[in-house]
Design a protein around this ligand. Structure first.
Ligand SMILES: N[C@@H](CCC(=O)N[C@@H](CS)C(=O)NCC(=O)O)C(=O)O
Length: 220
């Protein structure tokens, strides 16, 4: 069954692999599933046909036969459930890996996204100077705890899992990654994730989309 995911036709991240199709591409590469990518414009994402696929008009959306999914976490969980390579077989270890997926999305990503939004969208607001230290502290609290928990292990719970894929993806966001030098074990953890061949293939593919769309003479 052909798998198709959606991605930005023109990614605002300029090919840095920060849009959330990157984590889905990475998961697909880890489990060895070929896939197609349908590039969508911001205009198309607002249209009813796309909203039928993704109710919030975002990327990534996922189609596999008559199955349509949205939310990067749900898509990666679906892939990890159906293909070997992202979740351990042992039931308890599997539950713990899933827990780390949720922790990445629900506990670590939100303060990073809040800081990112403040930097990108509210940088000129008068309250920004007062608010910035609190937003930074909220990110650092999570990084501190995660760093303590990871210790000198390679991955969060035994072998690499979907939990690590999601956590590394979240930690790569600049509003958190800018602090990683203060947490060397987390910096090394992210580098380990980025060194995986599946990550490298996914990164190259999303970068190729950006480069093709920005070739001189190309018009979208
Ligand atoms: N919780 C969603 C978030 C999806 C999301 O925020 N996608 C961004 C790109 S990374 C997007 O489509 N932004 C455009 C918009 O929201 O209009 C997920 O994990 O899939």
């Amino acid at each position: 069954m052909t798998i198709t995911i959606t991605a930005f036709e023109q990614s605002p991240d300029r090919g840095r692999g920060l849009a959330r199709d990157m984590r889905v591409r990475w998961a697909l590469e880890e489990v060895g599933q070929p896939y197609d990518v349908r590039l969508v414009s911001f205009q198309e994402m607002r249209e009813p046909a796309y909203r039928a696929l993704h109710p919030f008009g975002q990327i990534p959306a996922y189609q596999e036969g008559d199955l349509a999914l949205f939310e990067s976490g749900a898509i990666i969980f679906h892939l990890a459930e159906r293909h070997a390579g992202l979740l351990p077989n042992d039931a308890n270890a599997r539950a713990r890996a899933i827990t780390w997926m949720f922790a990445a999305l629900n506990t670590v990503e939100p303060p990073i996204v809040s800081r990112e939004a403040a930097i990108l969208l509210e940088g000129d607001k008068p309250w920004q100077a007062e608010r910035a230290p609190m937003l930074e502290k909220n990110v650092r609290v999570r990084l501190e705890d995660l760093s303590r928990r990871l210790g000198d292990a390679d991955w969060l719970d035994g072998a690499f899992s979907a939990g690590d894929l999601m956590m590394v993806s979240v930690l790569r966001r600049p509003a958190g990654a800018s602090f990683l030098p203060d947490y060397p074990n987390l910096a090394a953890y992210v580098a380990r994730g980025e060194a995986r061949p599946a990550y490298q293939r996914a990164f190259a593919d999303q970068l190729a989309v950006f480069n093709a769309a920005n070739k001189p003479g190309h018009s979208v």
